[in-house]
Design a binder for this molecule. Structure first.
Ligand SMILES: [Zn+2]
Length: 364
């Protein structure tokens, strides 16, 4: 065949004008005893869900699906919308009695990616259809996992990823040997000093394809300066990418708020005035508090005795903090910050109870 034919064919294919076979749509009808309506926070009986390929097209009772629809009847189960964990770390696993440095120093990138494939599947099987993975993922290993899921190579939830966390010159790993400090910290974080380096780091992240920028308002000890954070936020926003800040100390939050971050992770012990300032600026909070199940699991793994009263007492503090966040008018977003090896599947109870979902239940 002529070169012209091939050229024309390639052009048509690229233009999406021809296809060699028309793929038929696949319809599924989901049935179950009850459905959870997240918008109304209520359970609904006698409902069906019609799905066309991978999109929900209709929800209601006594739907009329097209012929050849695959009916999936889940009996007395409850169907809920896919869960979302907005603060995961699937490239990281820390043993309860080990350092955060172990993964960075002792586990290869290949092993971390393979292990993340297991965690991604585990999240999906627990009902999480989206996770936002916020760093401690080596040099963009989170993007490799996200892309593998998107390509259908492995099963997992939809992933939004940050790439390396951008911080000042220290990162978050304690106790590194001095000779290895730079090498290991640079492997796990984007360490910047000054406005130009901060801007460059954001450009590098976006060029590689991150979905969100995560910064350390405070790392082990050092803070990003106001001008550095402003530069990061402005650069990210100009590329329509949001910025969320790790911050677990009230005094360190003010520059992040001033710089215009979109969200703050943790916010442990923040003063009421700080929370109200965040609410005024429309900054969401991901509290990453635990629950009774998280503490129970921790005690069991440590072989420490405990009483139910102690568990409830611990959890009552988290409940109180959640109510303070709500009273301040903040948008509260569920995120687990699960990275400890709790010997429970990622996304399972005790990992996800880390998740603040329990907090939402106490609020409602
Ligand atoms: Zn985290």
């Amino acid at each position: 065949m002529s070169k012209t034919f091939y050229t024309t064919l390639i052009f048509l294919l690229l233009a999406g004008r021809v296809s060699f076979s028309q793929v038929a749509d696949t319809y599924y009808l989901l049935k179950a005893d009850q459905f959870y309506d997240a918008e109304k926070n209520t359970f609904v009986k006698n409902q069906e869900i019609l799905i066309k390929n991978n999109l929900v097209v209709e929800v209601g009772s006594q739907l009329s699906p097209p012929p050849n629809t695959v009916v999936l009847d889940f009996g007395n189960a409850t169907i809920s919308p896919g869960l979302i964990d907005t603060h995961s770390h699937i490239l990281l696993e820390q043993k309860i009695d080990e350092s955060l440095a172990v993964d960075a120093m002792m586990v290869s990138s290949e092993t971390r990616v393979l292990r993340a494939a297991k965690f991604a599947r585990s999240y999906l099987e627990a009902g999480f259809t989206t996770i936002r993975d916020l760093g401690n993922s080596g040099q963009y290993l989170d993007l490799e996992v996200r892309n593998a899921i998107n390509s259908g190579y492995i099963s997992g939830p939809r992933m939004l990823v940050s790439g390396p966390i951008i911080g000042s010159m220290d990162g978050q790993i304690f106790g590194l040997p001095m000779a290895d400090f730079d090498r290991i910290s640079k492997q796990e974080y984007s360490m910047v000093s000054g406005v130009e380096e901060a801007k460059k780091a954001v450009r590098e992240h976006i060029a590689r394809g991150v979905d969100v920028i995560k910064i350390l308002a405070i790392g082990n000890r050092l803070v990003l300066g106001l001008e550095e954070m402003k530069a990061i936020v402005d650069m990210a926003h100009s590329e329509r990418v949001t910025v969320t800040a790790h911050c677990d100390r009230d005094w360190a939050a003010h520059n992040a708020i001033e710089a215009g971050v979109d969200g703050i992770e943790h916010a442990y012990g923040f003063k009421t005035a700080t929370l109200e300032k965040m609410a005024d600026r429309g900054i969401y909070v991901v509290p990453t508090y635990g629950s009774t199940e998280t503490i129970r699991r921790y005690y069991e793994l440590q072989n420490e005795p405990y009483t139910e009263e102690e568990l409830q007492e611990n959890a009552s503090h988290w409940k109180k903090w959640i109510l303070e966040l709500k009273a301040a008018g903040l948008s509260i977003v569920a995120g687990s910050d699960a990275y400890f090896d709790m010997e429970i599947p990622r996304g399972g109870i005790g990992q996800t109870s880390h998740l603040g979902i329990c907090g939402f239940r106490t609020v409602s």
